[in-house]
Design a protein around this ligand. Sequence first.
Ligand SMILES: Nc1nc2c(c(=O)[nH]1)N[C@H]1C(S)=C(S)[C@@H](COP(=O)(O)O)O[C@H]1N2
Ligand SMILES: [Mo]
Length: 425
Amino acid sequence: MSDELKHTSRRAFLKGGAAVMAGSVAGAATAQSADPLITEVQDWASFTGDGVDATPYGLPIEHEADVIRRNVPWLTADPISSINFTPIHALDGTITPQGCAFERHHSGAIELRKDDYRLMINGLVDRPLVFSYEDLERFPRENRVHFCECAANTGMEWAGAQLNGVQFTHGMIHNMEYSGVPLRALLEEAGLDTAGDLADKWVYVEGADASSNGRSIPMEKALDDCLVAFKANGEALRKEHGYPVRLVVPGWEGNLWVKWLRRIEVMDGPVESREETSKYTDVLADGVARKWTWVMDAKSVITSPSPQSPIKHGNGALVISGLAWSGHGRITRVDVSKDGGMTWETARLGSTQGDSKALTRFYLDTEWNGEDWLLQARAMDETGYVQPTKDQLREVRGENSIYHNNCIQTWHLKSNGEAENVEVS
Ligand SMILES: Nc1nc2c(c(=O)[nH]1)N[C@H]1C(S)=C(S)[C@@H](COP(=O)(O)O)O[C@H]1N2
Ligand SMILES: [Mo]
């Protein structure tokens, strides 16, 4: 192709594209009758608004009162030992506000004052230590964005499409910017020789709540990227997320992210506690339980349109939006299918850089004219791993698993704009 031709066709393409967009955002382009919201002076322009003293600490405006954590009544028999879900169908970008980030407690959220906070490091260290909150603040800090996904996220979907909303199928996840001290620095302060042979060493981490939620973490991970965090999204951790201090274990299942962190013991091996034997293990197709599935594999889901976020505008321009994440690193690509996985289009990632082990936003800017679609998203991460279908997972895991379900999700988008949780095979 000559340079001249290339030029012309690119310009033609751009013009064509613009025409499609203008024509398709129909409501916006053709508002011709008098719209009082444009022609009349409104109350909010005639009187002053609230003063600066009205909201010393702000909450979302009342019109957003629907964007809240919700639970599934039959799953939440006991609210003390239970779970609620992030309204991911109504959020955009990647950061989860603490006020609506899912919670999972084994014995309720406790109230622990900073003054009463203590963190002990003991076991196979030269100098067992107890840190106060102020002590922790005197170590060099880091800021990092990471997702925290409960291993049970999507767990109700193993045997069939069950919960009709992305908040319930995928909402056991949040993504925050944490400020904290690398766990490595505290272990070194306690005299752990991090240059020595630590191949068979573990840390056992415990919370101050009645459940303690004790978990064993191999030393390699403890020294790699774990953070002892005290701020999330710039402000103190909320009580329900572990105030004043929680452990951040990037990319690994949420159960390891101990809240109200009180003790870290360096040990010769794993404790094999309740949370890592009878729970959070994966039953395979042959009935054998697989231990230690720590890393959350690459996963993605379309958040809009979805059952709780139907298409309400008319035909034409449609933004399909969703989230992708991987416990192994960065998301490199997300594909979207409209026909249940037969053909795929590559989505646009909301940020080109993308944090490692963090939520990535994706968009597919497309057009919808009332077609019946089987919408799916499929994530790929920097290791080359591709998110599997439900059938592929079932071949290995059967249908009796609960945890670590990272299968491709399908929404049936109907001509009326509503979407439903379905399965394709
Ligand atoms: N101390 C303590 N830490 C805990 C838990 C708990 O009950 N107690 N629940 C764990 C589980 S199963 C998950 S998924 C995450 C949830 O963190 P969140 O409540 O901030 O969403 O915290 C983990 N840390
Ligand atoms: Mo969890």
